[in-house]
Design a protein around this ligand. Structure first.
Ligand SMILES: C[S@@+](CC[C@H](N)C(=O)[O-])C[C@H]1O[C@@H](n2cnc3c(N)ncnc32)[C@H](O)[C@@H]1O
Length: 381
């Protein structure tokens, strides 16, 4: 297709090298990168010179000079995209997802009534994003009071930066705030995410290289890994979930916190174990074990567990306590599953937002249900 050819011609002009890969539209994933030949492990597939990156340093002076000193690079890059539509980036911009695509998938752009129907971890991430976005948008309005840029124009650019920047660590930028070591990277920003078979990404002072970590047959999709993220994170930050995700986890706070008295919450807070109760494919985390023990064991037994003394006596007593804790967990998970079923019904009955947004929400809740079901089966109490 013409846009891809234009992008590749433009990329060559920027000294970007592609070896045995090309961008291609892929069902349900926008554009992705596929191999055009057999590739072996440890081959450099893409080289992007540092000069082709968009960073805080490349933001047009007319834009950056008006924004407060100390503005974060995320806000600056978004401002540059929307306020400095330089022809320099025409071919790159032409392959960015459309506003409709971004609006369909990214919760930050959804109707707020749908936000309430997100799982807790995704909702909490979203709150943080909203705070950052509002801070950046306020700065733009103040710096460019006469600009015709609307909130949604800026939100679109901000969302592109959110979903497409690379985090990079170099000697030259080690003094920068962690949030400012971000760069937009042409062609590399077309690589989709995989939880376990991503290519190696290396930033050096001259370039960034993407190297295969396994063999590929022609036509295989080539991925990178955006990080060890669960699906709530991916949903909130990138607008998609993986069908299988080894890093997936569920926050059980909505199942456990309501079962704690005010006094029990204080006690957990005193020892640093209030909230953030997580479940993954290996079971519940230690924090959850602590909270469940407070609910179902005598206080002195709970204290022994928190102080690391439980187990000294060993044997049957320990096993019985663990069984009691597991029974409690299964009971709470079942109750939480009922709540989830209600949430899914509410989403299905709702006409808020777009059908694809509601489908994505339902899919996520279904994944959570199945992770909990597997845990219940494993506990077998
Ligand atoms: C860095 S871009 C990757 C290129 C993107 N697919 C495009 O069309 O430009 C990140 C976005 O790609 C999509 N994406 C990445 N990995 C995905 C995956 N495994 N499944 C579905 N969508 C994915 C999400 O929309 C995400 O916000």
């Amino acid at each position: 297709m013409e846009v891809y050819e234009d992008l590749l011609n433009w990329a060559r002009g920027q000294d970007i090298e592609l070896h045995g890969i090309e961008p291609r539209p892929l069902s349900g994933r926008g554009i992705g990168v596929v191999s055009t030949k057999s590739i072996k492990e440890n081959e450099v597939l893409l080289r992007v010179p540092t000069s082709a990156l968009r960073t805080a340093k490349t933001v047009c002076k007319k834009v950056s000079s008006k924004l407060p000193t100390g503005s974060r690079v995320h806000g600056l890059l978004a401002a540059d995209i929307i306020l400095n539509p330089s022809p320099k980036y025409k071919q790159w911009n032409a392959v960015m997802p459309s506003r409709e695509d971004v609006w369909a998938s990214l919760p930050l752009t959804w109707n707020r009534r749908l936000h309430e129907l997100l799982p807790r971890s995704a909702r909490e991430r979203l709150r943080k994003q909203e705070t950052k976005f509002e801070r950046d948008w306020t700065a733009i309005k103040q710096a460019f009071p006469d600009s015709k840029i609307s909130r949604n124009d800026y939100l679109y650019a901000w969302a592109l930066v959110n979903t497409r920047t690379f985090y990079y660590e170099l000697n030259g930028n080690s003094k920068l705030h962690k949030d400012d070591r971000l760069a937009l990277q042409p062609v590399a920003d077309l690589l989709n995410h995989h939880d376990s078979e991503g290519c190696k990404v290396d930033f050096e002072s001259d370039d960034c290289t993407i190297t295969s970590t396994r063999a590929y047959a022609p036509g295989d999709e080539v991925y990178i890994c955006y990080g060890n993220h669960g699906n709530d994170f991916l949903l909130a930050e990138y607008g998609f979930v993986l069908p299988q995700n080894r890093w997936d986890e569920v926050c059980l706070d909505d199942a456990i916190l309501p079962k704690l008295s005010a006094r029990q919450k204080e006690q957990l807070d005193e020892v640093g174990f209030l909230g953030n109760y997580m479940l993954d494919s290996n079971g519940v985390c230690y924090r959850t074990q602590v909270a469940l023990r407070l609910i179902c064991l005598p206080l002195n037994e709970w204290r022994r567990f928190v102080d690391g003394e439980a187990g000294a006596g060993g044997g049957d007593a320990e096993r019985q306590q663990q069984e009691e804790v597991d029974r409690k967990l299964v009971h709470l998970l079942r109750k939480y599953q009922d709540m989830i079923r209600n949430t899914v019904e509410r989403i299905k009955d709702s006409e808020v937002g777009q059908p694809c947004q509601r489908d994505l929400l339902c899919l996520r809740w279904t994944q959570i249900q199945s992770l909990m079901e597997k845990t219940i089966e494993k506990l077998d109490v």
